[in-house]
Structures are given as structure tokens and as C-alpha cells.
Design a protein around this ligand. Sequence first.
Ligand code: ZN
Length: 256
Amino acid sequence: MRYSLKFPALLFILLTGCISMPATSAPTNTAENITFRNTIVSLTFDDGDADNYSVRSILAENKIHATFYIVSGFTNSNGYMSDDQLRDLYNDGNEIGGHTLSHVKLSEVRGEELKREVCQDRSNLAAYGFEVTSFAYPFGHYDEEARRVVMDCGYGNARGVSDGPEALPPVNVHGLRAMPYIVSDTRLPKMIRYVTEVENNGGGWAIFVFHHVCDGCDQYAIKPGVFNKFAQWLGEQQSNGLNVKTVGEVMKEGDQ
Ligand SMILES: [Zn+2]
């Protein structure tokens, strides 16, 4: 009897609480009416997969740039972009960043090997003619030694793969936090929601991590059609105040 009295009362409080909420809180922006004030989006591609080259024209058409983190030991080999293709992307205004020599987990290599993986990769990319300031940890794995080596090799920033959105200015520039992985069944509305939620929560930096761009070739792949629509939406939202920049651009502006 005691419970049967208490529960309806609790239910009443919960219901009335819910009903009165929209009237007392600020209206939530939807994708249709949103004005962006404090949100930056960065599109990042890991590994230098050959199919990444297909987004070049999509980025250019929508007047946005991306960051491509390259495993220089794989460049020019089967399944990966060539240095000429990287140069095309770079000359369009996209950023080329480092992602180690052979895509090792940096927490599993030490000393000289760790240094070689990070520093030699950066030297290789610099030798192709790129100004390389951004790094991404393979698999998002790093520890204090790895972070130190990345800094000592001359990288101004380094990206992980989780815990985003990042704050502006970032809390730890050598441990930049990224949005959840985009995988083959991530849908366009969800990607758009990631961005609008950042703005609705006061702003920040939404760093997206992509791998393959293809129709079902890999679990960590975005379909070209979905990427095309997302890029189009991002391009359009720039006139609503949204900033779409490479990681290097965001970090450079933070220095000023
Ligand atoms: Zn990777």
C-alpha cells in the first residue's frame, strides 16, 4: 500500500518535470535553423589509403580542406596514395600530417625504434615538400614516452581517436581528442548531429576521423555518397558561421 501511493506521486513529479522543461530551457537549434558561433570542424583521414584520393574533388567543390595523416613507409605502394597524389591534395590547400613509418602502436616500441617511427616519417614527408606540423597516433595509442618523442621530432600537435569534442583552446595539444569513429553504418544525420551538438553545448572542436572511403570495402569506411553529402552540408554551413579547417590551421590560429 505504501508503494502504490508513492509511485503515482513520483510519476506525477517526473511527468510534470518533463513537460515543463522545454518552456524553461533555451530552444534547441536544429540542423535547419542553426547559427554557428563557436564550432570548428576538422576532417581527418588516417593511413593514406588509395581511395582517399577520391575525396579531393569533393573537398574542392565544397571549398573545404582536410588533414591527411600519412604512413610514409606505405606511400607509393599498392593500396596507398602516391607522393604525387599527396602533392595534389597539399597543393589544393589540404594538410599532410604524419602517422608513423609503418603504423605501429607507439606504446609498444621504445627508444631508437620509437624515434625512427615518428621522426623518419616526418623527414620523409618533409622530403616530399610538405610542411608537416600535425601527427596522429596509430590506433590512438600513446604513452608519455611516445608523446615526448612526437614533440621532440618537431610536431606541434598530435591527435588521438576518442573522447571528443576537443575544447578551444585544446587541453592537451599532443593528445587532441576526436569524435567517435565514423564506420560503415554511421549515417549522415548522426554526423550532422555530432556537429550541431557541439554548438548547442557551447561550442568546441569536432575532429572527425575517417579511414577508407568506399562502399563496403572495410568496417572503418565511409560511403563516398555519404561523405559527399556531409561535405556539402559542411560547405553550406560555412555561411552560417561554421568553421571547417585543417588541424594545422586551427593550431596555427591558436598560436596568434
Ligand atoms: Zn591509422
